[in-house]
Design a protein around this ligand. Structure first.
Ligand code: D25
Length: 199
């Protein structure tokens, strides 16, 4: 097994998908959580100035979703066929496109609140309707078993619910999918032992 070191802030954010995959696959890694004060120095040493990065035997990989795809290759989280794997990527990218529209680092609180509110009340309902239709009566987004797209849904929806607790009230099947992921023993175990952070 390679030596794995994940570097991210002390939050779930864009690091959490990697942590879920390691938990599910029962892979050991160093969960290195940096302080904001140390970030500028670390940033200047990175190829693209962004975290998370995953060091694999000292090689620094960047982009959380590229890392997640690499870690899930040839595992039961990937999707069973190349077509299923493309469907997994489609759901993941749909979720990530939406999450990426939030102005996470906006310093003007009233601007931040306004944009968050607009995304949550105006844009989210359309996305949720589409996801609900895509899921239909299935147990998982893609195929007949859990994939990392289901993990990413759990992660993204958990953060959206922090800002809008009633978000999924009219989407019980999406809420049930979130709970189904949370009930996977390795994930349940990680959720209860991970550092508790807002995001
Ligand atoms: C907070 C964040 C952040 C990004 C301060 O928090 N959550 C996310 C996130 C979660 C899920 C998917 C994409 C982004 N960045 N800075």
């Amino acid at each position: 097994m390679p030596n794995y070191k994940l570097t991210y802030f002390n939050m779930r954010g864009r690091g959490e998908i990697i942590r879920y995959i390691f938990a599910y696959l029962n892979v050991k890694y160093e969960d290195h959580r940096i302080e904001q004060v140390d970030w500028p120095k670390i940033k200047s040493d990175l190829p693209f100035g962004k975290i998370p990065i995953l060091e694999v035997d000292g090689l620094a990989l960047h982009q959380s979703l590229a890392i997640a795809r690499y870690l899930t290759k040839n595992t039961d989280l990937a999707g069973k066929t190349e077509l299923e794997q493309c469907q997994v990527d489609g759901i993941v990218d749909t979720l990530d496109d939406f999450m990426s529209r939030f102005p996470w680092a906006e310093k003007k609180q009233e601007v931040k609140d306004q944009v968050f509110n607009e995304l949550l009340t105006h844009d989210a309902p359309h996305l949720l309707q589409d996801l609900d239709t895509y899921l239909g009566g299935k147990e998982w987004f893609i195929g007949s078993s859990v994939t990392w797209a289901d993990f990413y849904w759990e992660i993204c929806s958990t953060t959206l619910l922090v800002f809008k607790p009633d978000l999924l009230d009219s989407h019980p099947t999406l809420m049930m999918l979130q709970k189904r992921v949370q009930a996977i023993p390795a994930i349940a175990n990680w959720i209860q032992r991970r550092p508790q952070t807002k995001l």
